[in-house]
Design a protein around this ligand. Structure first.
Ligand code: UDP
Length: 140
């Protein structure tokens, strides 16, 4: 099966606790390769735009505040079945429900401060990669 790509964010709760390397190792150990990475401090406009699908949800305002509360690391990950592979190693949204060995089980602080974002479909992966990266920033 051909390699595909997905989009990941190491969220502010993880960068604050100096877990960028530990989270990235989990991704690499799961068979994903980091083909683009940058540490940024999202603007409010970026966070609102990125999470626009959630704008009617009750947690939207707090989620935006959280995502701009510190630096994040945005990444493009490549591997076989990358979207699913990444979702599997991330674990459930709520760390209380996340399986052993997953990033969220090991590192997440709460349902909101849950250490990582990962695209939920190939279609959204393309949209999310384009939101943060120029093609020449991705080196496969
Ligand atoms: N989130 C939250 N409260 C909730 C559900 C989600 O703060 O009740 C946040 C959490 O950071 C989550 C993000 O919103 O990662 C996006 O939610 P989604 O349901 O898409 O979960 P994910 O795909 O990240 O597992």
């Amino acid at each position: 099966m051909a390699a595909t790509r997905t989009f990941s964010i190491i969220k502010p709760d993880a960068t604050r606790r100096n877990l960028t390397g530990a989270v990235t190792k989990k991704l690499e150990d799961a068979g994903l390769r980091v083909v683009a990475s940058k540490r940024i401090h999202m603007t409010r406009e970026q966070a609102e735009g990125f999470y626009a699908v959630h704008k009617e949800r009750p947690f939207f305002g707090e989620l935006v505040e959280f995502m701009i509360s510190g630096p994040v690391v945005v990444q493009v990950l490549e591997g076989e079945d990358a979207v699913k592979r990444n979702r599997d190693v991330m674990g459930a949204t709520n760390p209380a429900d996340a399986a052993e060995g997953t990033i969220r089980k090991e590192f997440a602080e709460s349902i909101e401060a849950n250490s990582v974002h990962g695209s939920d479909s190939e279609e959204n992966a393309k949209i999310e990669i384009d939101f943060f990266f120029k093609p020449e920033e991705i080196v496969g």
